[in-house]
Design a protein around this ligand. Structure first.
Ligand code: URA
Length: 226
């Protein structure tokens, strides 16, 4: 079993030194008993901090409603990041949280956030067949002929030589459409429409596989079971 201070620091409760202070102050219980020795061994599921169970001891998976205007990178210099909208302790976890793929700065909607590298790999692998549903607003009237073009598996994006896999286009009204794709190429939805002469004015991801935003509002998140 891991040590108490290791458990707490790897779950974002503070640096090794900070969590030792919490332990010495008697704020930590293991199976209901106050433990003051930082090198005690424990099962993370039995540990409480000030009476609260540890957050997601087996890994964190969160559904986040990304607002427009935020980038999904960890790097500085590209504008505000989604991580500024999330609890700082999630970035202090080891490993820290990251997004499952990315949405453009100007795109809103569902993005999964996790500290589980295996899930990121699995869900962003080119072999994964996960349907991602986007709602797009276009700059001019849609043509029903696009449905077949998107479904054909022949759309070539500028600068690429492998066509996009078939995608399902549903025309909602004159300038609104829902597009389901299973790949995740760079700016894929905008570039697929651009290849046919349409400009995407607004883009929102409504669904990722089985996950849907439900009642979440921009900037809100919900913990998911792993
Ligand atoms: N396609 C895009 O063009 N942008 C996104 O953010 C996601 C898919």
């Amino acid at each position: 079993m891991p040590r108490l201070d290791q458990i707490l620091s790897s779950l974002g409760y503070g640096s090794r030194r900070e969590v030792r202070v919490l332990i010495e102050e008697g704020k930590i219980t293991v199976a209901g008993v106050v433990v003051r020795k930082h090198d005690s061994k424990a099962n993370a599921h039995d540990v409480m901090v000030e009476g609260m169970a540890l957050e997601a001891p087996d890994g964190l998976l969160v559904m986040f409603y990304k607002p427009t205007g935020y980038v999904c990178t960890h790097a500085d210099g590209e504008g505000p990041t989604i991580y500024e909208l999330l609890p700082a302790r999630w970035l202090r976890r080891n490993p820290p949280v990251t997004s499952v793929g990315r949405l453009d700065k100007d795109t809103s909607g569902l993005i999964l956030i996790t500290d589980r590298g295996d899930l990121v790999q699995q869900w962003t692998s080119p072999k994964s067949d996960i349907g991602k549903v986007y709602e797009a607003e276009l700059d001019k009237a849609l043509s029903p002929a696009l449905i077949e073009v998107f479904a054909s598996g022949t759309i070539l994006l500028r600068g690429e030589d492998k066509p996009c896999l078939p995608a399902k286009l549903e025309i909602v009204d004159n300038v609104h459409a829902r597009l389901t794709i299973t790949e995740g190429r760079y700016h894929q939805v905008r570039r697929m429409f651009a290849s046919q002469g349409w400009h995407v004015e607004k883009l929102h991801r409504a669904r990722f596989g089985d996950y849907e935003l439900g009642g979440l509002k921009p900037g809100e998140w919900r913990l998911l079971a792993i």
